[in-house]
Write a protein that binds this ligand. Structure first.
Ligand SMILES: Nc1ncnc2c1ncn2[C@@H]1O[C@H](COP(=O)(O)OP(=O)(O)O)[C@@H](O)[C@H]1O
Ligand SMILES: [Mg+2]
Length: 401
């Protein structure tokens, strides 16, 4: 992290003040201490946890931070599977295998002989050594193969490696991906019941998909895991984090400016870091509220094509709904007031929001903290001030409220 770039302000001690876009750890990870502690304690005591939040609230960052701490302080063997790219049960089995062998059992520090020994316990698995490490592929069996055993076996192997000085844990990030894979929820329910020694941490976004798996009558994974809600980081902690990052990198952020960043980005960690980073870049020494507005114009201008694309991909009714919601969250979007504001009948709003591939399912709008709101604060600012940017108009920072 200590790369040096020319032309930085005097006194800059640390190169990159803010990171957004990929999971963060270490100095880039702000206050989540309570949740980290709770996760570490569950990961190291065979208990299952369920982490749900919208995208970009910091789930993966929290999981990585807790896993690292559990390894360091409790000798835990923690595997991290990311199911995001998995499209079928075979790929889930391959990813779980990779997480257990590379991550939890850390064969990387051992010999090829040890890897062979581990792989022998997993029939059908072929390791492939690549530049980035080892990946695993499964030989195909019959087309109707369930892959149930292939998902279970590496987790049993993990259980067998448990010792009192080495608790074992498997994190399943982006778990909502399995909602549409037939039979998989039942497979994981069986694993929870039969392999209690392994702490399973389920993590996912897309509330409605996670609800299908974990909540309500008929949910296969009902009551298997303790829910750990992940909200935005509260304003006092997040603004303190921003200001200390500015300082660590040789500049300053006024407290009014820090609050404005937080407010404009709805407190969502990813967007807060994005705007904070842009603010850091446009200022020489001390960033105030005017700097933040300038930085927001830079970000909106830079992302206008993408933001406009998101708008273009909506039906005319959906566009009316998002425009009416921008800047004005509403507790009752099917009520008369909102209908009047959007110029739409309640039934059209219902279809635009709740229908298949509707705004809720696509996580464009979400019901959070008692109100319907736009999930992406940058898109919201684009709707409020930036639509003209894509037509070549300019936006005056002073117009941003
Ligand atoms: N604890 C944190 N402190 C500060 N910023 C964070 C924190 N957690 C996440 N972020 C910001 O949010 C972005 C998305 O985090 P990530 O962990 O990938 O979220 P998720 O997995 O929920 O989509 C990160 O790139 C970072 O900018
Ligand atoms: Mg993530």
């Amino acid at each position: 992290m200590a790369r040096v770039k020319r032309g930085r302000a005097e006194g800059s001690r640390d190169e990159i003040p803010f990171l957004s876009g990929s999971p963060v750890q270490g100095a880039h990870f702000g206050d989540r201490d309570e949740q980290t502690k709770l996760l570490v304690s569950r990961m190291t005591s065979g208990r299952n946890v369920l982490v749900i939040s919208p995208r970009r609230f910091g789930k993966t960052s929290l999981l990585l931070t807790a896993a690292a701490r559990a390894r360091r302080t409790k000798g835990a063997r923690v595997g991290m599977a990311n199911l995001f790219y998995c499209t079928d049960r075979r790929e889930v089995a391959e990813e779980v295998t990779r997480a257990v062998l590379n991550g939890a059992l850390g064969w990387g520090g051992a010999t090829i002989g040890r890897l062979r020994e581990l792989v022998r316990a997993l029939p059908g698995i072929t390791p492939r050594v690549e530049a980035g490490g080892v990946s695993y592929s499964l030989a195909v069996s019959s087309p109707g193969h369930s892959f149930l055993e292939e998902i279970r076996r590496p987790i049993e192997l993990l259980r067998d490696s448990a010792e009192s000085a080495h608790p074992v844990c498997l994190v399943l990030d982006e778990f909502q991906q399995i909602a549409e894979m037939e039979g998989l929820a039942g497979v994981f329910k069986g694993i929870c019941d039969d392999i209690p020694e392994v702490s399973l941490v389920f993590s996912g976004s897309h509330r409605h998909l996670m609800a299908v798996l974990f909540e309500g009558a008929g949910a296969a994974l009902k009551n298997v895991a303790e829910p750990l809600g992940l909200d935005v980081i509260p304003e006092p902690e997040m603004t303190a984090f921003l200001r200390s990052r500015f300082e660590a990198c040789g500049k300053q952020l006024t407290s009014g400016a820090a609050s404005l960043i937080y407010e404009l980005m709805g407190g969502i960690p990813h967007f807060v870091q994005l705007l904070a980073g842009a603010t850091f870049d446009v200022v020489e020494a001390v960033a105030d509220e005017a700097t933040v507005r300038e930085a927001l114009v830079v970000v909106l201008s830079r992302q206008r094509a993408l933001l406009a694309q998101g708008y273009e991909d909506m039906s005319p009714t959906q566009r009316k709904v998002v425009r009416a919601l921008a800047g004005v969250p509403d507790s009752e979007i099917q009520g008369v007031d909102f209908g009047r504001r959007a110029g739409l009948a309640a039934s059209s709003i219902q279809a635009a929001v709740k229908g298949r591939r509707g705004l809720e399912e696509r996580e464009v709008v979400a019901f959070q903290r008692g109100q319907w709101r736009l999930a992406d604060p940058l898109f919201e600012r684009f709707l409020l001030y930036g639509l003209g940017l894509d037509l070549g108009e300019s936006l005056n920072p002073a117009d941003i409220r």
